[in-house]
Write a protein that binds this ligand. Structure first.
Ligand SMILES: NC(=O)c1ccc[n+]([C@@H]2O[C@H](COP(=O)([O-])OP(=O)(O)OC[C@H]3O[C@@H](n4cnc5c(N)ncnc54)[C@H](OP(=O)(O)O)[C@@H]3O)[C@@H](O)[C@H]2O)c1
Length: 265
């Protein structure tokens, strides 16, 4: 099952296990991590998942676990593979290490963290892995088109930082829509601080009587995005999930899409 919201586990270090467990308890069923110790503590995610399953909070098949292969240049010295191995071997080593960290037998979505110099070899190796879905992150329209053209197993997900000023990644989202790819948006709040201060945005928040974060996530949902949140606050976790009982009008969606700032400061 593909979730409607994903809890992101970046930058949580020794708090990763506690916060991931809290997120599962709050109701998140999608979890995003990466085998990139520089920004993620994948083993902490695995400990949280194992604990939640052991304690009967959730069953494995109710969870959607997503992790990533990260090229050498995105890693620090804590590598999940042999830096001298060929790219395909690195993918297999990183994947095996992810299974160990996550304490599971299967991963739902495996994402190429960002394009690099060996995308064909890397993607071919990813295609041979026993995963349900593949994805690509931090990708431009041009890079996505190229990958989509050579992929035998097409990406099911694109995960990008989503800037309001680019129409919320309008070109990439349009390609995704045309190809049946689900667009995962991150930094929906932090990449758009100016836009979220605009009068146009504040007017929408006032009308629907929700928090600004809820309006952004609701907007994301209404335009077909699968949003990520990495909040560390249990109250925010509950609020982020509680966006099913209100709706933006098509006019409000239009104002949001067009980038907000030009509608007033
Ligand atoms: N593929 C990639 O390269 C990549 C890069 C970056 C991120 N990601 C993924 O995306 C996830 C989310 O990252 P993000 O960049 O979107 O930012 P984030 O880590 O979720 O940060 C959001 C910030 O907004 C604040 N905030 C205030 N109210 C909030 C609310 N109601 N809900 C959520 N946040 C609220 C949070 O503070 P509080 O903690 O106090 O709520 C936090 O400081 C990451 O954990 C990671 O899984 C992927």
């Amino acid at each position: 099952m593909i979730p409607t919201f994903i809890y992101g586990t970046a930058w949580k270090e020794e708090e990763t296990e506690r916060l991931t467990r809290l997120a599962i308890e709050a109701g998140f069923r999608g979890i995003d991590t990466a085998n990139q110790r520089r920004h993620y503590f994948e083993a902490g995610v695995g400990a949280a998942v194992a604990g939640a399953i052991r304690d009967g909070v959730v069953q494995r098949d109710e969870l959607f676990l997503q992790t990533k292969f990260t090229y050498l240049r995105g890693q620090d010295h804590r590598l999940p593979y042999d830096p001298k191995a060929d790219p395909a071997t690195q993918v297999r080593q990183s994947f095996a290490s992810s299974l160990e960290h996550l304490q599971v037998e299967a991963i739902d979505s495996y994402v190429l963290h960002g394009p690099g110099d060996h995308d064909r070899e890397v993607w071919r190796a990813m295609e041979a892995l026993p995963v349900r879905f593949l994805g690509i992150s931090n990708v431009s329209l041009h890079q996505l088109e190229a990958l989509h053209a050579f992929a035998s197993v097409k990406p099911m997900f694109v995960q990008n930082r989503c800037f309001a000023r680019s129409g919320w990644d309008a070109e990439v989202r349009a390609f995704c829509r045309a190809k049946g790819i689900i667009y995962q948006g991150f930094s929906l709040l932090t990449a758009n601080l100016n836009e979220l201060r605009s009068a146009a945005f504040r007017a929408i928040v006032t009308r629907v009587r929700r928090t600004p974060a809820q309006v952004v996530f609701r907007f994301a949902r209404q335009v077909g995005m699968l949003p990520l949140t990495g909040t560390t606050d249990p109250q925010h976790m509950r609020e982020d999930l509680a966006i099913d009982d209100f709706e933006l009008t098509s006019e409000e969606v239009g104002v949001m899409i067009s980038g907000l700032v030009r509608h007033g400061s």
